[in-house]
Design a protein around this ligand. Sequence first.
Ligand code: GAR
Length: 189
Amino acid sequence: MPARLVVLASGSGTTLQAVLDASADPAFGATVVAVGSDVAGCGALKRAADHGVETFAVALAEQPDRTAWNLALADRIAAYRPDLVVLAGFMRVLAGDVVRRFRIVNTHPSLLPAFPGAHALRDALAAGAERTGVTVHWVDEGVDTGPVIVQTVVPIEPGDDEDSLRQRLQAAEKPLYVDAIRTLCQEYR
Ligand code: GAR
C-alpha cells in the first residue's frame, strides 16, 4: 500500500506540484490523499483540484482563535489518516498539540538554523551571505527548529535578487524534497 500523504500549502503550490508529479510513479511509494490550506482559493488548492485530489481550507480568520484554528485544521487532517503530513510552503506555525499528533515534514529555503521564518531569502541577501540552501526537517512547535533530515547548499551569486535566488533555490529544493519524502515513505511499506 502506498503511504498516505496530506500536503499543506499556502501559496502557488509549485512544491506540491513536484510531489504530485512524483506520486504518479508507483515506485514513489506514496499518494497524496488530500491537500489542505489556510488560504481558500490559493494556487496549491487549484493544482490539487486539477489533479483530482480532495482539498480543504481552514482560515484562521474564520475561527474564534488560534487554538480553535489548530484543532479544526488537525481534525481535517486526521480525517484522511495520513502516514505523513508534508508542508509545502505552508506559512503558519502549528501548535504543539498538532505537531505531536502527526509526523510532519517541512522544506525551508535556507540552511537552518540560519535564516528561519517567512523571509529566508530576503534575510540571506540582506546578511550578504555567499551561500544559502534548502533544509528538509521534522516539524516541531518552533519556527523552523525541528530536527534536520537533509540539506543542500545553493550559492548566492553577485547581483542576485529575491526572484533570481528563489529560482535557483526552488530548482534544488524540489528534487531534494521529493527524494526525502520517497525515502521516508519506504518505512510504511
Ligand atoms: C518553497 O520554496 C518553500 O521552501 C517555502 O515556500 C516556498 C513555496 O513555494 N517555505 C517556507 O518558506 C516555509 N518557511 P510554492 O508555493 O511555489 O510551492
